[in-house]
Design a protein around this ligand. Structure first.
Ligand code: V47
Length: 373
């Protein structure tokens, strides 16, 4: 059998040789290496290299979670240009607000369907108070003591800090005491101030986004992190974004996984009407895996890249398919072609066909069931 070194010596892009050496020697990759990797046409070598790192970190295991997304409201005082989910006008026919009872009934449905996690994010509702947001967590925890509550992006935490007058640390501690278990990674978009000014001019910048995550980590809350790609950003801006996450992770080590989110082009105000290509999706996942040497997992979010590319990406650096999701809104308002939910059996099959061992996990990647028969 060919060794990994032999396989990689078949690389057709000679520019990759020094990077291959670095990866095999366990050395950290640089900004320039990231650019070279994004620019290569040698997709197979990129995939082999990323898969080599994935298997060093996680063996043949590839993960999924039984979870449900809940978006309590789509009324939002921010007007991000890429977002097709939110509306600023609460009288807009598509505007909605869930009551606590509705949210609880969705959590109940999730648990009845085997979920270990609820993932809760929504708009910055101009009429909701800090207590309204806090009550969501309190009521879920009171009624469902063991479900993992992954809720509120850094953007919402910043909003709650403004509403309450509390510091980020105080907001996070209050939510944690009420039952919050971890933070999701939404709201990162692209860190570049140039691109952010165009696509999300009112949203908190990258410094606050990372400050909130690092504060959460220091309080013992884990989190995930994301990057929205495939719109107006440059390759340099993608690499810079990924390396800023690596730097933050060096400090607090609280990110469990990184999720590249492929831009969905419909029903929004950006004049970019193309979905990302399969090659770009695979490259972004592979380069993320190679640059983020300190982040344990890379998630291929099937909702945004489709089941087929997500499945292939399990050999290009990803080791996680997110989950059953049960009710996806954000990507589907923006034209995602994938289903809005997924059966556990399908996730197991996708992973097995990719030559990996499916593991149903909890939010923190503890195995719940390994399908190794
Ligand atoms: O913050 C919004 C993105 C995010 C569009 O933490 C769009 O495990 C593409 O963050 N095209 C929400 N993306 C989803 C998210 C997420 C999903 C799955 C798992 C996790 C996790 C997090 O979706 C938003 C924004 O970055 N988004 N509009 C769009 N048109």
């Amino acid at each position: 059998m060919l060794t990994i070194e032999k396989k990689l010596s078949l690389a057709s892009d000679k520019n990759l040789f020094p990077i291959i050496d670095k990866v095999l020697e366990g050395k950290r990759l640089s900004f320039e290496d990231g650019i070279t990797l994004f620019n290569t046409k040698d997709l197979n070598t990129l995939g082999t290299l990323a898969n080599y790192i994935t298997e060093q970190k996680n063996g043949k295991y590839a993960y999924f979670v039984i979870n449900r997304q809940i978006n309590p409201t789509n009324v939002c005082s921010l007007e991000c240009k890429f977002c097709a989910f939110a509306t600023i006008d609460k009288n807009d026919p598509k505007a909605y607000e869930m009551s606590i009872e509705e949210i609880l009934s969705k959590v109940k449905h999730a648990i009845e369907n085997g979920a270990s996690e609820v993932h809760i994010v929504g708009g910055l509702h101009p009429d909701w108070s800090f207590e309204d947001y806090l009550n969501i967590i309190k009521h879920i925890r009171l009624n469902f003591p063991s479900i993992h509550i992954k809720a509120f992006t850094a953007v919402e935490i910043d909003y709650l800090s403004k509403l309450s007058g509390l510091s980020y640390k105080e907001v996070l501690l209050t939510l944690k005491e009420a039952g919050l278990d971890s933070l999701p990674g939404g709201g990162a978009e692209i860190f570049s101030p140039r691109a952010r000014r165009i696509i999300a001019p009112e949203k908190i910048g990258w410094k606050k986004y990372l400050e909130i995550h690092k504060t959460a980590h220091r309080l013992g809350l884990h989190s995930t992190t994301t990057m929205l790609y495939g719109h107006i950003e440059t390759i340099e801006e993608r690499v810079d974004h990924i390396l800023k996450i690596r730097e933050a992770q060096d400090e607090t080590e609280g990110f469990t996984c990184f999720i590249p989110l492929a831009y969905q082009p419909e029903n929004n105000e950006l004049e970019i009407n193309e979905h990302t290509s399969g090659i770009d999706d695979l490259k972004t996942i592979a380069v993320s895996r190679l640059l983020l040497d300190n982040v344990p997992h890379i998630k291929a979010y099937w909702v945004m890249i489709g089941e087929k590319i997500a499945q292939i990406s399990l050999n290009f650096g990803a080791d996680d398919l997110d989950g059953t999701v049960m009710e996806e809104k954000i990507a589907h308002f923006a034209g995602a072609k994938s289903p809005t939910a997924q059966q556990k059996e399908k996730l197991v099959r996708l992973i097995k066909e990719a030559g990996k061992i499916p593991v149903e996990r909890d939010t923190l990647y503890n195995p719940i069931k390994i399908y190794d028969e």
